[in-house]
Design a protein around this ligand. Sequence first.
Ligand code: MN
Length: 232
Amino acid sequence: MNLAIPAWEIPTLAITGSKERFPVRRVFCMGLNYLDHKQEMGITGEVPAFMFTKAVNHVVPCEAGAITDIKYPSKTANYQWECELTAVIGKRGANIPAAHANEHIWGYAVGLDMTRRDLQLWAKSRELPWEIGKDVEQSGPVGEITPASQMGHPQSAPLWLKANGEYKQKSDINQMILPTPGIIAFLSGYYTLEPGDIIMTGTPAGIGPVHPGDVIEAGIGDLPVLKVRVVA
Ligand code: MN
């Protein structure tokens, strides 16, 4: 096959204890999946499960033990962190029952759903799509994946995020409104989940803005810590 323009590389994530890498196909993100985050966003009442996506090229692979630069994006004055358990899919499936969801999860990593909050809120206030707030270049740093074959499928694990050494988010993944198996069931009703798809499962309270020069560290349980530096 002759390509009219050069093909590009897809992002690949590091894997704990392996030289192999995990190719990323699509990025799904769950919205408002922790009660305290919903409250800090000022949202009351029932909100059904919902999702959005980031383009795959926005994934920034982060190696364990390293610090990775992410650029402060254009058109925002309020770029915010959201620490999220990220589940990665290893087996194809549609309409997956929650009871079988774990069979489709290859592993887990720490991810950040970086958000142009001002543009997200601007869009929401006008009932417009959120893309410009969420689908942002370099907005998806993801750490090393630990295979489920090594770690199992955690139902609880402390989740934390530090900005410049100060704790900003402290929760537990057991606080998810829709736990990971339910998320797989939900998403696979709308999409055939494919190997390489990754799912950011939502963030707890404690979101806040970054500035160029800030260092963000994030961890969930025993997963390798994610560390990024925001650069102008
Ligand atoms: Mn999020």
